[in-house]
Design a protein around this ligand. Structure first.
Ligand SMILES: Cc1ncc(COP(=O)(O)O)c(C=O)c1O
Length: 482
């Protein structure tokens, strides 16, 4: 494996560029920086030619599984196709060559995009205002927790408890703790929904609010949502929607109509900006009127044809991110919504739901469903039967790589034994869904006839089973030469 590293192609003196002779005096780092700030030895960078660099990274890119290669059913992550037009618009020099510290009148185009995206998100969710600052869904959650807590503090109530269903995404409890509040789990009933009796028991005068994912992480719509929001509001709490799964609801139901006071959106999922591998995201937060003046500053306002920055929110929780958040991601999301057309967004969600239900139907004769109900945009299988034959969810995920598919999410939600969480998204055709179903059915057959074959998969990838702990913890495995 190691001789595939770009460092192995390195030979002293090879270069990938040539510059004309300099006609100005050289300025060396030592002329500018303090001795203590300079590196003591050269960075060990590979010396390679331009074609070598291009070939190296082109070859690497096709070794990896990505959404431009094949179906990527990573549940909870919405790995839909990212239209390339998003890249064109976000790279326009009018966006990439401006600086956020420029005078307002010289960044009118950028402010127009922020304002326009906020208008779209308001219409989609029914919320009164948005901040686009948070740089991920999880940072949106933290913003939401800070907003909710401050809302109560301003009313003189030092409430601390935030209710979260036991199936929630891990970022929910983490954000609550970071925001200085406490988590109280609410149980899930046999139908995979919030257990109303348990919710009633957990409500108290100390409840800041409830953080609820809709559709929930089992891919199910919270059918008691109106009762849930009524109960929490009656106890003086606020309703926070984790809207990371909004891809199932676009144009079908608005968070505000379900009774939510705050919602975060994951544009990198719902509105198709490339994500995964820790790339940039964003996590806009929308709020109802009574929370608007707590939002992070500044907000973008429009007066006629002019856009301006409004810092005048006396109760603002402050900034949550520098400047305007991850602006390039916002341009991509805006492009996507404009290209699809807001009125047509519901066709995406309906297709995502149809695709998930079709696929579920195709595979449920071999795999057990965790909850045998109509699903939204994703569904959760439990590979208990296969495990009894010696084949774990992990093995199934690995074997799928041999069929050219990325694995579904495994072992999440954590309360589901041997979970396989499948989210095909609306991008896939029926033929692709059939190919994926066929692969899953074949793997089930293999678990009966030749379990070892599945246990030892994958066979077709550049590396077989990785030492995942070391791969995640030892950064030098990724980059440095030996
Ligand atoms: C349900 C849910 N909530 C929250 C998040 C966190 O979002 P992010 O990864 O942008 O921080 C995710 C991520 O996919 C999610 O699926």
């Amino acid at each position: 494996m190691n001789n595939h590293l770009i460092f192995n192609k390195s030979r002293e003196g090879k270069v990938g560029y040539s510059l004309p002779e300099s006609d100005v005096p050289a300025v060396l780092p030592a002329d500018i920086f303090d001795e203590s700030e300079l590196r003591s030895k050269d960075a060990s960078l590979p010396e390679v030619t331009e074609p070598e660099v291009i070939r190296h990274f082109t070859n690497l890119s096709v070794k990896n599984h990505h959404v431009d290669r094949d179906l990527y059913p990573l549940g909870s992550c919405t790995m839909k196709y990212n239209p390339k037009v998003n890249e064109v618009t976000s790279q326009l020099s009018g966006f990439t060559a401006v600086h956020p510290r420029q005078p307002e009148e010289t960044i009118q185009g950028a402010l127009a995009i922020i304002f326009g995206l906020e208008e779209q998100l308001k219409a989609i969710t029914g919320m009164d205002r948005f901040t686009l600052q948070p740089s991920a869904g999880s940072q949106g959650e933290l913003t939401g927790v800070l907003l909710m807590r401050k809302y109560h503090l301003l009313k003189g109530n030092d409430r601390r408890v935030i209710l979260i269903p036991d199936t929630a995404h891990g970022t929910n409890p983490a954000s609550v703790m970071m925001g200085g509040c406490e988590v109280r789990n609410v149980l899930t009933n046999k139908r995979g929904r919030v257990d109303l009796e348990d919710l009633k028991k957990k409500l108290s005068e100390n409840v800041v609010g409830m953080m609820l994912t809709v559709p929930n992480t089992l891919g199910l719509f919270e059918s008691d949502i109106e009762e849930i929001t009524r109960l929490v509001h009656e106890a003086g709490g606020l309703m926070y929607m984790d809207g990371a799964n909004l891809n199932a609801l676009l144009g079908i139901v608005r968070p505000v109509d379900m009774g939510f006071d705050i919602v975060h959106i994951n544009p990198h999922k719902t509105f198709s900006t490339p994500h995964g591998g820790g790339g940039p995201g964003s996590g806009p937060i929308g709020v109802v009127e009574k929370l608007v003046d707590l939002l992070p500053i500044p907000l973008v306002e429009r007066q006629g044809e002019r856009y301006s920055l409004n810092y005048d929110l006396p109760n603002s929780i402050g900034r949550i991110h520098s400047f305007f958040g991850n602006f390039g991601i916002l341009v991509r999301a805006y492009t996507y919504i404009q290209m699809v057309g807001r009125e047509r967004l519901s066709t995406l969600s309906r297709q995502a739901i149809l695709n998930a239900n079709y696929l579920k139907h195709r595979v449920q004769k071999a795999y057990d469903l965790y909850i045998g109900d109509h699903c939204m945009h994703e569904f959760v299988l439990t590979a208990k039967k296969q495990k009894d034959r010696g084949v774990k969810a992990l093995d199934i995920g690995k074997r799928l790589l041999d069929f050219g598919f990325h694995a579904p999410t495994i072992y999440f939600p954590m309360n589901v034994p041997e979970a396989l969480m499948v989210e095909p998204t609306e991008s896939e055709t029926m033929e692709n869904l059939d190919r994926f179903a066929k692969a899953l059915l074949q793997i089930d057959e293999e678990s009966k006839t030749d379990p070892e074959k599945v246990q030892n998969a994958p066979y077709s990838t550049p590396v077989r089973r990785l030492d995942e702990v070391s791969a995640n913890r030892s950064l030098n495995l990724r980059w440095m030469p030996e």
